[in-house]
Design a protein around this ligand. Sequence first.
Ligand code: ISE
Length: 337
Amino acid sequence: MEQLGVGIIGVGTIGRRHAENVAWRLPRARLAAVADANPATARAVAEALGAPRWYASADELAADPDVQAVLVASSAVAHLDGILAAARHGKDVLCEKPITPTLADADRALAAVAAAGVRLEIGFMRRFDPGFAEAKARLEAGEIGTPVLVKATHRNPSLPPSLLPASGAAAMVGGIFVDSAIHDFDQARWLLGDEVVEVHAVAAPVLDPARPQDQALTTLRFARGGLAAVEVSLTCGYGYDVRAEIVGTAGTLFVGDLRASNCGLATAAGLSQRPVVHWLQRFAEAYLLEVESWVERTLGNQPPLITGRDGRAALEIATAAKRSADEGRAVELPPVG
Ligand code: ISE
């Protein structure tokens, strides 16, 4: 059976999950190598998962002849380096969101990918979540008439490590919008099949002015008149809560379930169920399906499903939301060429 030799750059939280999926759960892929800025981490993951080689740099991994395709899962500030390394060595690449923290770097990445003639896929895993994928299919089948409004709820129990000052997130210029809300922005764009023309956002570090913004509300207006309302909270405390409603002229589709399983508890004190507490838990199947799709499309020489242009579009919305929140005004986006 033909297998794709996959090299993974960045084997922290999400990169480790991708490496496990490639090593254990995807027969058409093999873990050819891993790289991490922390060599000890790269070595430990390689040894734990049976990867034959490990590296301390993106370029060394991308140069490895057994690495046929590169998965970039490093911190967002290192995504450009990973994409450029893959392009330099002629390797197709799947890059986690955001494509890069800034639009200028996104344009550099897209130019390098185009010049090298390699394929760039962006890791918006929600599109592979069975619930969201069903909603998209039923929406396209006309079950709710014309979709006109998307309402997104996206709550983390606490501030993600990628936004903590110690993580070097100072370079994450978009904060809550580029790191977190970007999923909801891509989701709304994908579900409505339309481009955003206006963004209006408010955000606040509600708990402590010295901390990064941890609450944000964003309104999106689309070219054909559709709207989206996106709520992101990074301090909800109770679990990891991602839900959406897609309102159409003939009905509404609902997506999302906070329950970790269908096991509940009933006592004299009342009813209770355990919530989902982490995005790896909530989107475990989506992450596996996302990489499986990328492996199959790469082996089949097919174009990316979620393109670099999709990645840039979501980043443009997130960047505009950050600007809107900072400047206290709506921000218009240039028409899509
Ligand atoms: C994290 O990087 C993710 O991608 C999660 O889906 C999101 O909920 C979280 O806020 C981000 O930090």
